[in-house]
Each structure stands twice: as C-alpha cells, then as structure tokens.
Design a protein around this ligand. Structure first.
Ligand SMILES: [Zn+2]
Length: 202
C-alpha cells in the first residue's frame, strides 16, 4: 500500500477527516499498523532522482541495492513535510574499531558497543538519518517515528523498533536470506561473506 492510501485508510478508521495529510494522531496509527509487518528484503525500485548533496555523499557509500531506497526515504519524508538528510552510512572495519576504542583505550565518551564487523554499518546495508528544521539538526523529534513508518513501508528495517537499544535514526535493508535470522546470526554471515568476497544480497 502506498503511503498516501495508507494515510487515508487510517484516517477513515480513526473517524477523522480524510484529507490524506497525516497529523500526529494519524502518524501514530500508521506506525502501529506498520510495526508488525514482516520485512521482505529487496524489492525492485524504479530509478529515484538524486537528493541533496550531503545525503548523496553518504548514500554513495552504501551498497547499490540500498541507495535507491535511501533516496526514496528522503523524498517520501519531504512529501510528508519532513526534511531529513542521510548523515551516516558505511563505516569501515577500521573506522568501527576507532569508534569502539573511544572511551576504552582512547580519550572520550563510549559511543558504541559494536566492535569492527559487529555493526550493520560495516557492510553498507545501514544508514542513519537526521531530521532538520531549516538548517537546524534535531537529534530528537517525534518526526523520527513518522520517518520510521515511511522507511518500513519501503521495506527497510527501522532501529526505532528494536527492543534492546532503540535507535530511531537508524535504517537497514535486511537481506532476504536473513529474514528469519537474529541480528547476531545475520552479522556473523555478513562477516563471513565479506571474508569470502561474496555479495551481501546474493
Ligand atoms: Zn545506525
């Protein structure tokens, strides 16, 4: 179901005026409908035109299968009146190791519990978005939930649904082979595919 139809359907179910423009109540209901939906992996997407330069520079670090979906998310959010940028994409093993060291063996605050090879960002299948109002970056906003619903509609997995560490800016495209795998199992297979030089979405 396209997001426009879903907004209308949800508004009808809520008994509010069906105008296709989602307010907080509608977004909440859409979110509730979508969170139980099973992620079905890669979908064919029509070519999506480029978004802003900052997002594009990050999108370029993602696997080709993920790029059009990341662009589509930026555009869908814009259609819903929400400005997002893709602010983080691929992190190499070296970059992940440096992040993990922070607050442990190097100065600063701990920022991650994931060692190199233990974050989906290390494989080009995950990205983080930032919500903006004008040029102002909002680290927290109810809009992240709305963007989460849009991402799920595009077949992405949303970090806002995670039980352990809720991560609202985070999205990832789960490979079809990992549909029924735990996060740990998926990461183990991703590491092994990387070592073997095997494609993630094959
Ligand atoms: Zn992330």
């Amino acid at each position: 179901m396209r997001i426009g139809e879903m907004i209308a359907a949800v508004q009808q179910a809520l008994g509010v005026e069906v105008d296709g423009k989602a307010g907080p109540q509608t977004w909440g209901a859409i979110y509730a409908r979508l969170v139980d939906k099973k992620i079905d992996g890669v979908k064919p997407f029509e070519a999506v035109s480029p978004v802003d330069d900052r997002s594009e520079s990050v999108i370029a670090t993602l696997l080709p299968e993920v790029r059009p979906i990341a662009r589509a998310l930026v555009q869908k959010a814009a259609s819903a009146g929400i400005t997002i940028r893709v602010i983080s994409g691929l992190r190499t093993y070296e970059e992940q190791a440096a992040l993990y060291a922070q607050g442990r063996t190097t100065p600063g605050k701990k920022v991650t519990n994931a060692r190199a090879g233990y974050s989906n960002h290390n494989f080009g299948i995950a990205f983080d978005v930032g919500v903006f109002e004008g040029s102002k970056y909002l680290p927290e906003s109810p809009k992240y939930r709305a963007v989460g619903a849009l991402g799920i509609d595009l077949g992405l997995e949303w970090g806002g649904n995670w039980k352990t560490i809720v991560d609202q800016p985070h999205f990832q495209l789960r490979p079809a082979w990992a549909a029924d795998e735990s996060e740990q199992q998926m990461l183990a297979e991703l590491r092994s595919r990387r070592d073997r030089g095997q494609a993630v979405y094959a």
